[in-house]
Design a protein. Sequence first.
Length: 201
Amino acid sequence: MYLIWASTAIAAAVVLLFTLLEIVTLDAAGIAWGVITFLVAIIASFAVLGRTMTRGMTAELTKAEKALQNRNTTLAIKMLEEALTKYGPWHPLAKAQVHSQIGQIYYIENKVSDAIPHLRQALRWDWVAQTMLACALHKKKKEDEMEKIFETVARTRTARKEPLFWTIYAFVSRKESKAKAEEILQRGLKYNSEDKRLQSS
């Protein structure tokens, strides 16, 4: 969010400077050019600031990934939380991405209660995080909410083409009804007709 505000402030400053230098005038044509200048400035500043932020955040995430590779999940989560504090306010997508990674680590560590709040803040089209959230809710016996999330994920293009998603959805649903699990697998086959795992499930 800070990124949008900063880009807007820079664009406004550029237009003000151009007005003071009489490059942009206050007549109809000048106002039109002022609007164009503002839009160009906001796009350019957003791109530059965004690239700078992305580089910094990528460096932080790389360090966390190395900690994970060394099986030091505590250090990895600490690094991700620091990245969240540092870069999260700047862009909502960055915030969602980091929450997703923290939630996935907690889930893999079987710390379901810790995972859920982070997974809830992941992007809606992040099918891995959303699927983990549904599974976590299943473990908490929140079946209605689990079902809603699975169905939301099933409507995303990325998940539709992932046989693993349909397999997990069917496996979790099988405990409730074998017929329902079979229906889910058939839905998955509509989008993944060549997948042997779905065919044999």
